[in-house]
Design a protein around this ligand. Structure first.
Ligand SMILES: Cc1cc2nc3c(=O)[nH]c(=O)nc-3n(C[C@H](O)[C@H](O)[C@H](O)COP(=O)(O)O)c2cc1C
Length: 193
């Protein structure tokens, strides 16, 4: 199963957050990063990062910018940022990197496969016990499309924007103000991507 989490890491004291898909295999965490993101740039050089298990809303919000609420955790003299609203965190050390040239529907790009070892895990807060809302799934799907718009062209890009609008129409019906405002920000940001 692939799980969507938020990866937090730091470079020269600057904190970064990004939603990323990960696979857990025992004490290992595997992920793939597309070239072009700050997370790629940082983890090409830095060996430590934090996997944050968070709400769907925070997954979606984390794609928009890096200005989250951060706390820090120390591991053997290394200070790492994590999201203060996380339910659980894993401190991970990179054990392997693999670079692959990729040609897909978005064009030519480089992919960095990372295998990491979990060094520490910590429960931060209890997840709220609340029913499922369709707004949770849809805001994350809007975030995925938003994050790929920068590399999409032509018909593919038009189709992605159409889907974002479709998801937003449902969010307007089933979501609360926070979800609607975040959806609006994604749609407003379409032209800047
Ligand atoms: C749910 C979700 C999952 C994502 N998974 C990945 C992933 O596995 N690998 C990747 O490179 N980007 C993934 N992205 C896109 C990055 O989060 C996005 O490029 C982000 O803007 C990078 O932020 P940064 O530049 O601060 O690192 C995902 C986005 C979302 C919304």
């Amino acid at each position: 199963m692939r799980y969507e989490v938020v990866i937090t890491c730091a470079l020269d004291g600057r904190y970064n957050r990004a939603p990323i898909g990960v696979h857990f295999r025992g004490r290992d965490v595997n992920l793939h990063l597309y070239q072009g993101s700050h997370t790629y740039e940082i983890l090409e050089r830095e060996d430590y990062f934090v996997v944050n298990v968070v709400s769907p809303y925070l997954i979606a919000q984390s794609v928009y910018d890096d200005s989250g609420n951060y706390s820090t955790i120390e591991y053997r003299g290394i200070t790492l940022p994590y999201l203060s609203e996380a339910y659980r965190i894993y401190v991970v050390k990179v054990s392997k990197r693999k670079f692959v040239d990729l040609r897909d529907g978005y064009g030519d790009t480089k992919l960095m496969g990372i295998q990491g070892r979990i060094l520490l895990e910590r429960d931060i807060s209890n997840p709220p016990l609340r029913p499922y809302s369709r707004a949770d799934g849809l805001i994350v799907e809007m975030a995925v499309l938003y994050s790929r718009l920068g590399v999409a062209r032509g018909k593919k890009r038009e189709e992605m924007i159409r889907k974002m609008r479709e998801y937003f129409e449902i969010i307007e019906k089933v979501g609360d103000k926070r979800y609607i405002q975040l959806g609006e920000r994604f749609l407003e940001g379409v032209n800047e991507k």
